[in-house]
Write a protein that binds this ligand. Sequence first.
Ligand code: NAD
Length: 426
Amino acid sequence: MYQEPDELLSNSFYKDVVNSLESAGKVIDINPNVISRLKYPRRAIRVSIPVKMDDHSIQVFRGYRVQHNHTLGPFKGGIRYHPAVSLGEVAALASLMTFKNSLLNLPLGGAKGGVQVNPNSLSKMELEALTRRFATEIGPFIGPDKDIPAPDVGTNPETMAWILDTFSLETGYSQTGVVTGKPVEIGGSRGRQSATGLGVVYIVQQALETQAKNISQATIAIQGFGNVGSHVGIEAHAMGAKIVAVSDVQGGIFNPNGINISELFRYLKQNRFVQGFPQTENITNEQLLELEVDVLCPCALESAIHEKNKQNVKAKIIVEGANGPVTPTASEYLSKNNVLVVPDVLANGGGAAVSYFEWVQDISWLFWTEQEVRQKLSDIMVNTFGRVWNFTRKYQSEKDKNNLRSSAMAIALLRLEKAMKLRGQI
Ligand code: NAD
């Protein structure tokens, strides 16, 4: 009998993902062999990354690429640079990518990568050296037809450009399709940078509609003002929503009359953190999660809403911009208490969708306008929300009428089950 490696089992995020998978399998009659296969990643690559630092010392960093499943197409998923990166965390994120891509009907599997490093503590030269060496180490396992990385926490289009360049140098010709989320000038897609945040906002609109509300009258709090959270802010603000609070790793800011997001952007060009922005009151990240708002968007890291603070959440809608920000038990508690929790695999799927669009544009050498990208993104998010909502109405019991998480996972599993059967895997 196959045993889960201790490193995976001891990671609570990984265990949470496996629990969600198992409970979704019970909503519908899924072949148990599908669950058995999907509980374990297909392949986990662990590398050491020696970097010559600016002071000529050598520091060795730990890196991972976990390829979870490729039944539906090439592996696909981001790369995270963060001091807390571990094999268990990367494996959990890789699994979520498999379910997300399946749910969104994309022809892609799931993967994720990570390096245990605080990118803010390295100089640009050191960061480039680290990225290029990591790309060399995982090089034999990635490629436009094999596994396509993208940005995640702590990485950005520049990181992707370095990976693309290193990979192309090693294969001897330029292969822009090896990564997504790269700069537009070297094969990136228009609209990719804002895609995850914009996708979250399309989902916020849909969720509000189910409560007969309109985004132009809604109040929103956003935890995490990075790539995802800042674009949620810009796009929701542009649609007339009142953004009353935002935060970053240092803490948050609050103004009950709404924060001027464009001014905040200008402020952040000179200042690294949001606290100190004029006409706002400082709050903690914990206080932000407990504000009385229509919509709460946790867009930072996993497990922000958990066993101990779940009772204090007052928002009636939570849209998971981050991966895993609400633990499964907290999510179940909130759903049963009439809070609509839109799960990560649906809510932040806009990044995966436009990554797929970018990959398609790269391999066809034909590029789309930003308008086309936004329209196609809206279609995919609205359609997927509708499928999850209708599935919930049809298959969930009265007590689970808000449980979009297990519905989304169940839809993803049904597609994977069909594909596995056709491929003779089960
Ligand atoms: P990012 O690094 O650009 O931003 C992260 C933000 O969270 C920053 O503002 C940071 O200061 C803040 N933060 C970090 N630790 C925090 C803490 N402990 N408390 C509060 N805030 C904290 O990362 P990102 O790309 O915006 O990703 C955020 C989340 O969204 C992650 O869970 C990621 O996996 C998920 N996600 C990202 C994408 C994408 O396209 N970038 C796509 C799908 C999902």
